[in-house]
Ligand binder design. Structure first.
Ligand code: ADP
Ligand code: MG
Length: 150
């Protein structure tokens, strides 16, 4: 049976906080064999970027993390990542297929255990993503409420 953890957040601040807490647990666990991949699924406005801002804060990233929709991929160095060295924020919303990501060297990025990768619209590129990723679904419940399912 597939088990899930479900959170309801009642503000953008709470969603960000949840991302922050998750980032801390990832950093404590330390690096594995390949990159740690967080697949963030949900409609536009569901809170994926907001949550990612929390991830970045929890990883000690001072820079502002905005939606990378136009940049596709943004890269942030980590100072005290317990073996993790780089955080990548990837947004596949405007991509046609996995081939569009391949040209950015994503295969190597996924293989590197020093990377933590948050990826919005992962379903667009699912064939190049590893199996052991953490899927997180974001659903709009009400104007300020989001259901976040791990
Ligand atoms: P996505 O990246 O999924 O398209 P964003 O994180 O960019 O979504 O935007 C989420 C929007 O929803 C923001 O405008 C934010 O202020 C609003 N919002 C309202 N309530 C929440 C909540 N509980 N969690 C996250 N965002 C919320
Ligand atoms: Mg977004």
């Amino acid at each position: 049976m597939k088990r899930s953890i479900i959170y309801i957040t009642e503000s953008p601040g709470q969603t960000k906080k949840l991302g922050e807490l998750l980032a801390r647990t990832i950093a404590v666990g330390g690096a594995g064999k390949r990159a740690r991949v967080l697949a963030l699924r949900g409609d536009l406005g569901a809170g994926k970027t907001n949550f990612t801002q929390g991830l970045a804060a929890g990883l000690g990233i001072g820079a502002t993390v905005n939606s990378p929709t136009f940049a596709i991929m943004k890269k942030y160095p980590l100072k005290d990542g317990n073996g993790f060295k780089t955080f990548y924020h990837i947004d596949c919303y405007r991509l046609e297929s996995a081939a569009d990501l391949a040209v950015l060297g994503v295969a190597e990025i996924l293989n590197n255990s020093e990377n933590i990768i948050a990826i919005e619209w992962p379903e667009v590129v699912k064939e190049i993503l590893p199996k052991d990723i953490l899927k997180i679904n974001f659903e709009v419940v009400a104007e300020n409420n989001r259901r976040i399912i791990f």
